[in-house]
Write a protein that binds this ligand. Structure first.
Ligand code: PAF
Length: 279
């Protein structure tokens, strides 16, 4: 596996893949890889001939007071995992290859970025859309792979790709969970043992609420009761627990398919998010 940090050698390597007729898959990440990322790689390997993984902890998607400095960085371990999985190239750009001096352009996807994590983390999706557009232009993949764990991010990226005429496939990959149901996340590493044990209240409560809503129960009352249960189980702040249309992300007061339940809550210093289908 080649590890490339500069754009010129990246373009040379990609030209070689294309000359060989390879279908190129891109798996964008911020590193600290876990089984969820490796599932993206696995799906990319199944669908493509050459897989490029990127690791770049993108500063523009972190707000003030968020965990940019604390975000886990472990490139050597990540590189070993990617190599063992059969990835052809690791694109680990230096910051100036993504944001050169004088960089002034930002992509903002209105509407779909506004609620949920967009409301809780102002500017977050502008940073995501901008860096993902840059990665798409740098790698020019035939397909790019993203986890459904960040469902709103996936929706923002799909809309950005459609609006800006990126023609490659955007593939969403179902969330990978620990055996107790907690969605895998690089941020789970921040949890103490006690917080980790309590964190399962997020998926548990969401699953119960989703079942009650699908059975025809009153949405607002079910969501209020679910929030109270989470607050009684070790979470100290809930950013949102909302029922939304799974395609448009429009908020739903009454259940109508296709629907998805979205949650974000804080436990200790860690903010966890999750989403599940309601059907
Ligand atoms: O999901 C992530 O890891 C990041 O938001 C992404 C898509 C790599 C952009 O920095």
């Amino acid at each position: 596996m080649q590890i490339v940090r500069q754009l010129d050698p990246l373009r040379d390597a990609l030209a070689e893949f294309r000359k060989a007729g390879a279908k190129i898959g891109l798996v964008p990440t911020m590193g600290a890889l876990h089984a969820g990322h490796m599932r993206l790689v696995e799906v990319a390997m199944e669908q493509c001939d050459a897989v490029v993984a990127s690791i770049f902890v993108n500063p523009t998607q972190f707000g003030e007071g968020e965990d940019l400095d604390a975000y886990p960085r472990q490139e050597a371990t990540d590189a070993a995992l990617l190599k063992a999985a059969g990835v052809s190239l690791l694109w680990a750009p230096t910051a100036d290859q993504v944001y050169p001096k004088g960089y002034a352009t930002q992509i903002s996807v209105s509407g779909i970025s506004d609620g949920l994590c967009g409301a809780a983390r102002p500017g977050h999706f502008d940073g995501v859309a901008t860096v993902v557009a840059k990665l798409f232009n740098q790698v020019r993949p035939d397909a790019a792979f993203f986890g459904e764990k960040d469902y709103q991010q996936l929706a923002v990226i799909r809309r950005m790709a459609r609006d800006l005429d990126f023609t490659h496939d955007i593939i969403g990959v179902p969330t990978v969970r620990d055996s107790d149901g907690l969605a895998l996340s690089s941020r789970n590493a921040y949890l103490t043992a006690e917080q980790r044990a309590n964190a399962v209240a997020l998926p548990d409560t969401m699953r119960e609420a989703a079942n009650a809503i699908a059975a025809g129960g009153p949405v607002a009352a079910i969501l209020e009761a679910a929030k109270a249960r989470m607050l009684a189980s070790g979470f100290h702040k809930i950013d949102y627990l909302e029922l939304r249309n799974a395609e448009t992300l429009a908020e739903l007061d009454v259940f109508a398919a296709p629907a998805r339940l979205f949650g974000a809550a804080h436990i200790g210093r860690t903010r966890l998010i999750d989403n599940i289908p309601v059907s």
